[in-house]
Write a protein that binds this ligand. Structure first.
Ligand SMILES: [Mn+2]
Length: 343
């Protein structure tokens, strides 16, 4: 058994890292996972607002990060983030870039997603220089939607959506992420890319079958950088509560265990809505086997496989009630002591 460290994700506040840190600073944890980035406040805080360089495009998180990459601004932004987290340590950066699997014809958007991730790798490396233990970027791994077009059916205007099979979408994801994996593998320090299984028909890794298929494809990849850099972020609520996956099932899948790099935890019921505080829908017993699994994961991995970061991040995205964040932190600390410290 090895007790994972508890971290709290900065997405508890919808208005950015500075607002989130005001609350996280009060919590009993040394660690924070930074969400990159909340739209309005983070962008005006960290990024240069120069619309001329964006060719008229709206300055969203994707373009802001891609733009900052081309301007070499990672060090400056890492410095600002380092000042904002003050006495806490950064154990991960989480992001959501469905543009990574956009239609091939949409070259600008796909390159922007690749550059945004390369930018986050640079930020993580600079944060390492400031003493932060971050090794992982957590990414929701794309969408099976290939694009939306204006069309006509029976002389009526309509919109056409291309939806790929999950396997095709996974191949596209791997093709597009190779440039980022190369950037990580060839740089001063490896930063791992932890893709998140997000249950649902519209996500690239959206079912148990696609999860296994994705891991098989990583193992069989012809590229060393993909094999060495790309793995999984285990969001416990997505597995246990949205998909009813058991720890027995996951313990029987070495192909998954060997790829797990990092973990998230929250409570959830079926369907997609916000993350909920621990014990909103499930009791301690429902979390127990997953925490035990996390405590044992380093022993379950075969030698030479991707390393587990040792962190489980409490993810209560846009939780408006900070009292609930505080209570979940207390509860999770208690559970980690109870289920992962001995043995
Ligand atoms: Mn998550």
């Amino acid at each position: 058994m090895k007790k994972p460290n508890l971290s709290v994700m900065s997405s508890i506040a919808s208005d950015g890292i500075v607002a989130a840190m005001q609350e996280i600073r009060k919590l009993e944890t040394d660690f924070v996972d930074i969400y990159a980035f909340m739209q309005s406040n983070d962008i005006s805080r960290y990024f240069t607002n120069d619309n001329n360089l964006l060719e008229g495009r709206h300055l969203n998180a994707l373009n802001a990060m891609a733009n900052a990459f081309s301007r070499n601004e990672a060090e400056k932004i890492a410095q600002l983030i380092n000042e904002d987290v003050k006495n806490k340590l950064i154990s991960g950066i989480a992001t959501f870039l469905p543009e990574l699997t956009t239609h091939e014809g949409n070259v600008y958007t796909c390159h922007a997603a690749q550059n945004a991730l390369c930018f986050l790798i640079d930020v993580a490396r600079y944060l390492n220089n400031f003493g932060h233990p971050i090794e992982v970027i957590e990414i929701v791994g794309g969408s099976v939607l290939d694009g939306i077009w204006r069309g006509r059916v029976h002389n009526n205007d309509t919109y056409i959506v291309n939806r790929l099979s999950s396997n095709k979408s996974i191949h596209k994801l791997l093709k597009n992420i190779k440039k980022v994996a190369d950037y990580s593998a060839n740089g001063s320090k490896k930063i791992y890319l932890a893709m998140e299984y997000e249950p649902g028909n519209l996500f690239t890794i959206g079912s148990q079958d696609s999860l296994v298929y994705f891991c098989d494809q990583l193992n069989n990849s012809e590229y060393d950088s993909i094999k060495a850099i790309v793995g999984l972020n285990l969001d416990i609520s997505h597995y246990a509560f949205i998909s009813n996956i058991s720890t027995e099932w996951i313990r029987s899948k070495d192909v998954i265990i060997n790829r797990i790099l990092h973990a998230h935890i929250s409570d959830h019921t079926h369907g997609h809505f916000s993350d909920s505080a621990l014990t909103t829908f499930h009791d301690e017993n429902d979390f127990k086997s997953w925490l035990e699994f996390l405590g044992e994961i380093h022993q379950l991995k075969i030698k030479g496989s991707l390393p587990f970061s040792g962190f489980v991040a409490l993810e209560l995205e846009c939780c408006c009630d900070f009292e609930k964040v505080k209570n979940s932190t207390i509860l999770l600390n208690k559970w980690l002591n109870k289920y992962t410290i001995n043995g």
